[in-house]
Design a protein around this ligand. Sequence first.
Ligand SMILES: O=P(O)(O)OC[C@@H](O)[C@@H](O)c1c[nH]c2ccccc12
Length: 271
Amino acid sequence: MPTVLDQILHGVREDLSTRRADLPLERLREVVETAPPARDALAALSAPGGVHLIAEVKRASPSKGALADIPDPAELAAEYAAGGASVISVLTEQRRFGGSLADLDAVRAAVDIPVLRKDFVVDPYQVWEARAHGADLVLLMASALDQEDLVELLALVEELGMHGLLEAHDEEELARCVQAGGRIIGVNARNLKTLEVDPATVTRLLPLVPQGAIGVAESGVTGPASVRDYVAAGARAVLVGEALVTGTEPRRAARELLAAGGRQVDVEETA
Ligand SMILES: O=P(O)(O)OC[C@@H](O)[C@@H](O)c1c[nH]c2ccccc12
């Protein structure tokens, strides 16, 4: 039986072939050549002073369906940035997560901090696309890629001046992310084959991320206590979607999560 991940990847490939037919790679490359250089997400996530927050623009998920309308992703991203986020994650997968490259454009234009293209990247075309739309960091999921593709896609990401967030959800995938040379490695508490969230996955695997890499705890943050647990397991950054998009005050929520991870954010007065 196909897993949820298999089903998502099927749709991703279909949508990709439509976009590729509309805009051939050669044209996309021209856009990238004239794009401003990528921002340094590795530097942003390496700055001392407590945990970093990667705050996500996420409208829906396969497990929960609709989460939030988010009529103005630019405004949400600006709130996240004001709340102290180091990186904004933008889901661009359309069918299950309700995202788009237009969201990425809007967020890129709204903030100065690095932006992550969060999608199911399986083809170099998507990496070029990420850069063309202003991404600085690209998610590469070990569960969706064989080792050769993981290595090749990371090489392209870095060649285009971006960084890769390599994602694992078990020991074998983590070893592959390390072996691929990942400098930013995420452990996802959500198993994308079954959609189950188990924070113990993060606390078990994060200590295995090498010292030289940035360990990112992904998924399942419900509040400050989750951040404390993830930080105790060695998280240098936390990636949070649902808890931020379903609340009413994303700026304050971001600040509270950061405070739980030892980072104090200067309070900026709201207009
Ligand atoms: O909404 P949450 O539980 O805070 O999770 C955010 C993020 O970790 C999640 O969206 C995610 C992590 N890795 C992914 C890969 C694909 C799609 C989505 C994801």
